[in-house]
Design a protein around this ligand. Structure first.
Ligand code: ZN
Ligand code: ZN
Length: 298
């Protein structure tokens, strides 16, 4: 709950001073490793289920800490009987980090589009920006604006960064004042985190899915050369939904990467602030230019 907003709402809703709380929404996600450890009542350390007397082995999957396995037992963790104890979580510590098979296709799609030299997506930020804006608008419940923005595609797909940015601001001119204000605040990093009464209606879910599909298509359409650093990354291959291989780049691409690396080093040696500083300054200038254009539109 937000401090100022909820306290104002509470004053209105409870004239007698009763504390009133309202859930803003519910979202589903995956537990982090630390959360899993905190939820777990015991670590599973053996694959053996029963001993020679057919009793559950401690540290096995039928450890009494996870709940009773027989009508006559009560739970050693919560004290309830077989019918009332809902069972308790345990966890297994893996020796090596591993992919979740549920998230593997997503991880593969994201990694496949990532530059291994500079860790950005290889496609330009300008081509992803409209989709990020659509997702942000959906998050705060501005669905008609999100629909208007997703229906309008940038005119000049292959243009340089500046022109593509201009296309984005002209696309934004069709949005409501609230949506433009929200996107500007979000770009400046002070957008309100509160979701304006959004609920995950089937329509919203389908719009979010369409936005994600568009995002995946843009990523898939990227060239092997990165639009940020110009270097070529090796192609990723997948085997059996759990193994990833990186195919080495060709000799020609290797020479090109080495040449770009030398140029970068020379630039960072002579230029003040180095490569990253220069890139940041360029991004800031671009953001300023776009803010000016939007101010003109309004
Ligand atoms: Zn229990
Ligand atoms: Zn790159």
């Amino acid at each position: 709950m937000e401090d100022t907003e909820s306290s104002a709402w509470e004053t209105l809703a409870s004239p007698h001073g009763y504390p009133t709380l309202e859930a803003d929404g519910v979202s589903f996600g995956f537990y982090s490793a630390e959360e899993m450890r905190r939820l777990s009542v015991k670590q599973v350390t053996t694959a053996v289920l029963h001993d020679a007397m057919n009793r559950p082995v401690a540290g096995g999957l039928y450890d009494p800490a996870f709940g009773p396995t027989d009508f006559n037992e009560s739970c050693v963790t919560c004290g309830l009987d077989y019918t009332l104890c809902g069972g308790h979580f345990g966890h297994v510590e893996l020796l090596l980090p591993t992919y979740s098979h549920l998230l593997f296709p997503l991880a593969f799609n994201l990694l496949r589009a990532t530059c291994f030299e500079c860790d950005h997506f290889r496609v330009s930020g300008a081509s992803l920006r409209p989709i990020a804006d659509v997702m942000a608008l959906l998050d705060v419940g501005l669905m008609s604006d999100a629909a208007a923005l997703s229906e309008r595609r940038p005119q000049n797909k292959s243009s340089a960064g500046g022109e593509a940015t201009h296309a984005t601001s002209s696309m934004r001119s069709s949005l409501s004042r609230a949506a433009r204000r929200y996107l500007r605040a979000r770009a400046a990093g002070d957008a309100p985190s509160r979701r304006l009464g959004t609920c995950n209606s089937p329509h919203l879910i389908s719009m979010r899915k369409a936005a994600y599909d568009r995002f995946a298509n843009v990523l898939k359409g990227g060239s092997p050369a990165c639009t940020h650093c110009g270097k070529v990354s090796g192609q990723l291959k997948v085997q059996g939904n759990y193994k990833l291989f990186c195919v080495p780049v060709s000799d020609r691409a290797k020479t090109k990467n080495a040449k770009l690396q030398r140029q970068e080093r020379a630039a960072s040696g002579t230029g003040a602030g180095g490569d990253t500083g220069g890139h940041q300054a360029e991004t800031e200038r671009e953001a300023e230019r776009e803010a000016e254009r939007e101010a003109e539109v309004e």
